[in-house]
Design a protein around this ligand. Structure first.
Ligand code: ZN
Length: 187
């Protein structure tokens, strides 16, 4: 599975992309996006406390993704339930997607509780994070370098795309002004 580097950047980028595309109708803070993007891996705490396998089980399922999205949307913004629900679900879902695209490991229990089979993509994009090697293993440089490059590329693409939206916004504002001016003169 990827580390919080890739999960955080992906969550942040999805939130920024949807905010721009919907002109602010779908909007959450970057901190919220990063928290939701990493939330499924909190199952680590349960695994450490109990010694049982919990990692990539129920917290990595569509069922919990929907439950978390509905709960957060209800608690944070009842007035914008639908938008916060879909935004949270998309960001939480990005974590599940990235985990399935990682090298090694056994996959995730995407369809828990109906099916506890581990699901993994046949195509691996992200190098595995090998927790068993300890915190300071030089092997970690592989995933750190890959995920840093992925993050930089994703953020660069996002900035470019957002910059390309600016002239469109300005020209639409300009058109609005042009529409208003004759009306004002008329008054
Ligand atoms: Zn995970």
């Amino acid at each position: 599975m990827p580390s919080p580097i890739a999960h955080s950047t992906t969550g942040y980028a999805i939130a920024a992309f949807l905010r721009t595309v919907t002109r602010g109708r779908l909007s959450v803070s970057p901190g919220y996006a990063i928290l939701i993007a990493n939330a499924p891996d909190l199952d680590f705490v349960l695994q450490i406390l109990t010694g049982e396998r919990y990692h990539r089980t129920f917290t990595h399922s569509l069922t919990l993704a929907i439950a978390i999205a509905a709960s957060f949307a209800y608690v944070t913004r009842k007035d914008a339930f639908k938008s916060i629900f879909w935004l949270t679900l998309t960001i939480y879902g990005s974590h599940l997607g990235l985990d399935m695209l990682s090298q090694g490991g056994q996959g995730i229990q995407l369809f828990w509780p109906w099916l506890t089979t581990d699901i993994i993509s046949p195509i691996a994009v992200f190098p595995s994070v090998r927790h068993g090697l300890g915190l300071w293993s030089a092997t970690h440089l592989i995933f750190i370098s890959f995920e840093t490059l992925y993050s930089l590329l994703l953020l660069k693409l996002l900035r470019r795309w957002q910059a390309a939206q600016q002239p469109l916004k300005r020209s639409s504002k300009g058109n609005q002004k042009n529409k208003i001016t004759p009306h004002r003169k008329h008054m």
